[in-house]
Design a protein around this ligand. Structure first.
Ligand SMILES: Cc1cc2nc3c(=O)[nH]c(=O)nc-3n(C[C@@H](O)[C@@H](O)[C@H](O)COP(=O)(O)OP(=O)(O)OC[C@H]3O[C@@H](n4cnc5c(N)ncnc54)[C@H](O)[C@@H]3O)c2cc1C
Ligand code: FES
Ligand code: FES
Length: 494
């Protein structure tokens, strides 16, 4: 198939306006807002999802209600705005009256240079627009993806608490107080927006960005497209985009074609069959955290996911993307490896299933073949003890120096199954082979645990890099193994 450079026409609501515009492939939502719409209140700082200065509210209809989610516009492809209601900082104030959150920030001296402030206001907006019953922990959670280098955060936290107190007393309710009434019936209007993007050929220079960007809506369309694209140069799948967009923003190198699988609704499912839960490739971390079945049946997955990035990242990043990216420190992948998960892999020739440990070949290299995608991950519901540990400098928006997941079942006091997965110590997530060999059939006690610690320390040769020396990582491996064992003994006591 001959690829003609094209633009993609998308339609969405931007604050109070209805917009239809053709965007170049792989342009970020931030570029579109600032460069095309001159909405410069949304700031750019890191361009890699770390600081939150570019936070906007992405509104969609979820379970029949409008829901506004905070996202980092710097790593969101502009085409993802299609069919959504976007609220930026410019959309909040009404005429000469500041929005409640802006006024609270002012009243509590929560603004100094002001560069972080629009992002902070938008994160708080998304928190309170979705309900007035927010705890202090919810406020801290909503702000974990927003950095401020001036205020020291206390004043921002106080401003947020004052909004919470105000909303508790309000008769109007959180949504009415938070969401400006500029688009009556936004929910119905969104449902009516054209569901398909349009591809328009262009001769406009594209700063070496990809020539083409496709959004198939079904798996059949995806394979039809990838078959046709066979000889069209480099082709990359994008899902949530939190790894791909960081890479393209920082390295400024682009594949010729991007195929975006985020609109394939067949990939967006969480379902249980017997003792296995299948999570489709389109499911993002927030969906998993909010899913009662996952909370009940695999609480360790929710623990691991809570430690990933920030709200803004989790609102778009997927678990399957975390696995497919093959990063050595991927928290989701390490947790899944510990729980003996399998991957469903689809191609136009059919379906195959592999164990997660067979996916990884080398640094960011997987055993996926050309035109294959991971359609789902299958997680056995743990029937024994399972625990996840992550050591990083910060709790939020920081990747692990070392992370690990340990799974133990026992029979008559002796270890029956034992799995110990690590991240951050090799070129990809790894499983200990020697620890299970030693422990299975033995009782866990001080002696066998010390032996297990020694075996693990000898089995791996951790690397030295910016997140820790090999020596430091060895200490973390040892400490994490001991911590898993302590938690195991606490668990069997109760
Ligand atoms: C600021 C920031 C903080 C972060 N913090 C953490 C953290 O603490 N812990 C952590 O583990 N991760 C962290 N991440 C990375 C995490 O967001 C990603 O690994 C994410 O889960 C990847 O999913 P995605 O949907 O965004 O994938 P994408 O970026 O869309 O894709 C990632 C890779 O997987 C491939 N891919 C995606 N889906 C499929 C599929 N179905 N089949 C085949 N290939 C596929 C893509 O081609 C690409 O190579 C962070 C990222 C950012 C930007
Ligand atoms: S500019 Fe820092 S997160 Fe987007
Ligand atoms: S007020 Fe200056 S960075 Fe927050």
């Amino acid at each position: 198939m001959q690829i003609s450079p094209h633009k993609i026409t998308i339609a969405f609501f931007l604050n109070e306006k209805s917009v239809e515009i053709a965007v170049l492939p792989c342009f970020s939502a931030l570029e579109l807002l600032r460069d095309t719409f001159a909405l410069n209140g949304t700031k750019e700082s890191c361009s890699e999802g770390d600081c939150g200065a570019c936070t906007i509210a992405l509104g969609t209809v979820e379970d029949g209600e409008m829901k506004y989610r905070a996202v980092n516009s710097c790593i969101l492809p502009a085409v993802r705005l299609h069919g959504k209601h976007i609220i930026t900082i410019e959309g909040l104030a009404e005429k000469n009256r500041l929005h409640l959150i802006q006024q609270a920030m002012l009243d509590h001296h929560a603004v100094q240079c002001g560069y972080c402030s629009p992002g902070i206001v938008m994160s708080l907006f998304c928190l309170f627009a979705n309900g007035e019953h927010q705890s202090e922990a919810d406020i801290l959670g909503a702000l974990e993806g927003n950095l401020c280098r001036c205020t020291g955060y206390d004043s921002i936290f106080n401003a947020a608490k004052s909004i919470r107190s105000h909303l508790k007393k309000s008769d109007a309710g959180a949504v009415a107080e938070m969401v400006p009434p500029f688009i009556p019936d936004i929910r119905k209007k969104l449902t009516k927006l054209s569901t398909d993007v349009k591809y328009v050929e262009t001769t406009q220079a594209n700063n070496s960005k990809p020539a083409a960007y496709f959004l198939p809506k079904t798996i059949a369309e995806f394979f039809d497209l990838t078959r046709k694209l066979n000889d069209s140069g480099t082709c990359r799948i994008i899902n949530g985009g939190t790894d791909v967009m960081v890479e393209t923003n920082l390295q400024r190198t682009y594949p010729d074609v991007i195929v975006d699988i985020s609109s394939i609704s067949e990939l967006n499912f969480i379902r249980q069959h017997k003792n296995v839960i299948s999570i489709g490739a389109g499911v993002n971390f927030t969906q998993l955290l909010e899913n009662p079945m996952i909370q009940r049946q695999i609480p360790i997955l929710t623990k691991a996911i809570t430690l990933i990035g920030s709200k803004q990242i989790r609102n778009v990043a997927t678990l399957v993307g975390n696995v497919a990216n093959a990063s050595p420190i991927a928290d989701g992948a390490v947790a899944l490896l510990g729980m003996n998960s399998q991957l469903m892999i689809l191609s136009d020739k059919g379906e195959r299933k592999i164990k997660l440990q067979d996916l990884y070949k080398d640094y960011k290299k997987t055993s996926l073949r050309t035109r294959e995608i991971i359609s789902a991950v299958e997680v056995p519901i743990p029937s024994g003890f399972v625990s996840f540990e992550k050591s990083s400098k910060r709790v939020a928006v920081d990747i692990a120096s070392v992370n690990s997941c340990c799974y133990i079942t026992s029979d008559n006091g002796k270890v029956k199954d034992f799995r110990l997965a690590f991240g951050g110590i090799d070129v990809h997530p790894v499983l200990s082979r020697k620890c299970p060999e030693y422990l299975i059939g033995r009782k866990l006690n001080d002696e066998t645990i010390s032996q297990c610690v020694k075996i693990t320390a000898d089995e791996f040769q951790p690397i030295s890099d910016i997140r820790g020396s090999a020596h430091f990582r060895r200490i973390l491996i040892r400490n994490q193994v001991i911590k898993h064992m302590h938690k195991y003994f606490d668990a069997i006591k109760t």
